[in-house]
Design a protein around this ligand. Structure first.
Ligand code: AR6
Length: 168
């Protein structure tokens, strides 16, 4: 069974097969974790993203990692929080699930996720953490032996504490 772990830190430094980017539908860069990943990966990442024709909310696309320690970047788009009655939970779950589907297809065994949608997209952190953990556990149950480690990389203390409690 894949190990689910949590650390407080910077996703661009993670030595894993793939890191996940919380992107927007253009895939052409932005602020937050997206900006940090593009900065660390270098301009090759933006060139590669230009060829992907964007990405719908809840879907995922993959590129190489360029200057990052990770071999791949999986770009996914979480939902913008509009109060919770617009299928935000389903879209967030899809973003995690579809990232993992792509990871397995590319023989990724270790993967790091940021806390998708919990920055400028405004998804409540407690709800998002529950959905993230439940979705990864469901995927693992459905795909036994495919993943070794799924690491949640939290940038802020509040997210770290939420994941730490859920994974205990
Ligand atoms: N490593 C790990 N986590 C980080 C890092 C980092 N280096 N930097 C920020 N975070 P956000 P969203 C955390 O806003 O809410 C972009 O402009 C941050 O603290 O990056 O999905 C895209 O282009 C927060 O917990 O992503 C989109 O337009 C989490 O990453 C939009 O933001 C996600 O915050 C996506 O919004």
């Amino acid at each position: 069974m894949a190990k689910l772990s949590v650390i407080k830190g910077d996703i661009t430094l993670q030595e894993v097969d793939a890191i996940v980017n919380a992107a927007n539908t253009s895939l052409l860069g932005g602020g937050g974790v997206d900006g940090a990943i593009h900065l660390a990966a270098g301009p090759g990442l933006l060139d590669a993203c230009r060829k992907l024709n964007g990405c719908a909310t809840g879907e995922a696309k993959i590129t190489e990692g360029f200057r990052l320690p990770a071999e791949y970047v999986i770009h996914t788009v979480g939902p913008i929080w509009h109060g919770g009655n617009n299928q935000e939970g389903q879209f967030l779950s899809n973003a995690y699930y579809n990232s993992l589907v792509l990871a397995v297809r590319y023989n990724v065994h270790t993967i790091a996720f940021p806390n998708i949608s919990t920055g400028v997209y405004g998804f409540p952190k407690d709800k998002a953490a529950k959905i993230a953990v439940e979705t990864v556990q469901r995927f693992n149950g459905e795909h036994p032996g495919k993943l070794e480690e799924v690491r949640f990389v939290c940038f802020d203390e509040e997210n770290y504490n939420l994941y730490d409690a859920l994974l205990k």
